[in-house]
Design a protein around this ligand. Structure first.
Ligand code: DHB
Length: 314
């Protein structure tokens, strides 16, 4: 049996292997973050935070269905100051810690980016420009002018603090949109992109009740899980359009090693697990990793570069 080397890098941050948790599910509290730190996840990603703590939207705000989930949580988090206290306590577990910021305005993001940039315990910062669930606030990532302003200002701050900055992007569905956002990203000091966030503003119907299944926003919510084809397409297209030095993290519907393999084949340097972790527990990271290893061994690949980005056309 061949030994496989699964090491990879995201924005210059070394990871033992490519599988780690996505921002969102079960990464809000200190206890949850410690669970992830103790698991087989190769990094610890935190819930997107805001300046002030938030309770989030009214319940029920999450609903699982076959193959996926819908949710509108409304950014429940402890507030960035609490994460500044928690991150140093996670260092002893020996894996990179990613802060995720989702300020309600540019100034909030600048403040959080500046303070997290100064922290030794923070390996990198993911700027979320794609939250679909703040009622009354459109997704920044679909407004190219606003995106450019946020990316410019926050990337300058992270660059000054020598902290890699990543962008959590919404799913794009049109080649013209990919081109516009890729040009903005390429002009700025962005070290990685993470695609895709949940597909925003879906509806799931309860047949018996003839109603929506979540309370906030009249039942509209972000959909995860069944979105893999769009995640793969976004990774594939951004690998074509972005500067080579910009890493890509694939996320969206990763339940198995096969899913992770597909993302890497499309060009991902690492893969995050969201809905599958939400619907199970921390054992999911080791399960996906084991399956990925098996696929690589069967195919005779001993490192990710043997197949990364090598999806064939027919
Ligand atoms: C929430 C959902 C998202 O997809 C996101 O990027 C940030 C926050 C939420 O509902 O909490």
């Amino acid at each position: 049996m061949i030994l496989v080397n699964l090491e990879t890098k995201v924005g210059g941050v070394k990871l033992e292997h490519p599988i780690f948790n996505a921002s969102g599910p079960k990464d809000v509290t200190r206890e949850e973050l410690i669970e992830i730190a103790k698991s087989d996840s190769s990094a610890v990603m935190a819930k997107s935070c805001t300046i002030e703590p938030r309770m989030g939207n009214a319940e029920p705000r999450h609903y699982d269905f076959k193959g996926g989930a819908i949710g509108s949580y409304g950014l429940p988090n402890l507030g960035y100051k609490e994460y500044k206290k928690i991150f140093p306590a996670l260092v002893e577990f020996g894996k990179p810690i990613f802060a995720s910021i989702s300020g309600l305005c540019v100034e909030d993001n600048k403040k959080m980016a500046a303070e997290f940039s100064e922290m030794n315990s923070v390996a990198a910062i993911e700027l979320n420009i794609s939250c679909p669930n703040i009622i009354g606030k459109p997704q920044v990532g679909y407004d190219f002018e606003q995106s450019e302003e946020r990316i410019q200002e926050v990337s300058a701050i992270c660059a000054a603090g020598k902290k890699p900055l990543g962008l959590k992007l919404p799913p794009y569905f049109d080649f013209a949109h990919y081109k516009t956002i890729a040009e903005i990203i390429n002009k700025n000091k962005v070290s990685f992109v993470t695609c895709i966030n949940s597909v925003g503003n879906g509806i799931v119907v309860d047949l018996e009740k003839e109603s929506v299944v979540i309370k906030p926003n009249k039942g509209f919510g972000g959909v995860g899980g069944i979105i893999k084809p769009f995640g793969l397409a976004n990774v594939r297209k951004f690998r074509e359009l972005l500067r080579r030095e910009i890493s890509i993290v694939g996320v969206g519907g990763v339940f198995s090693g096969k899913d992770a393999f597909e993302y890497i084949l499309c060009g991902a340097d690492a893969v995050q697990v969201g809905t599958a972790f939400m619907q199970s527990d921390t054992k999911v990271f080791g399960k996906i990793l084991g399956e990925l290893k098996e696929i690589m061994q069967r195919k005779g690949y001993d490192k990710l570069d043997d197949f990364k980005g090598k999806l064939k056309e027919i």
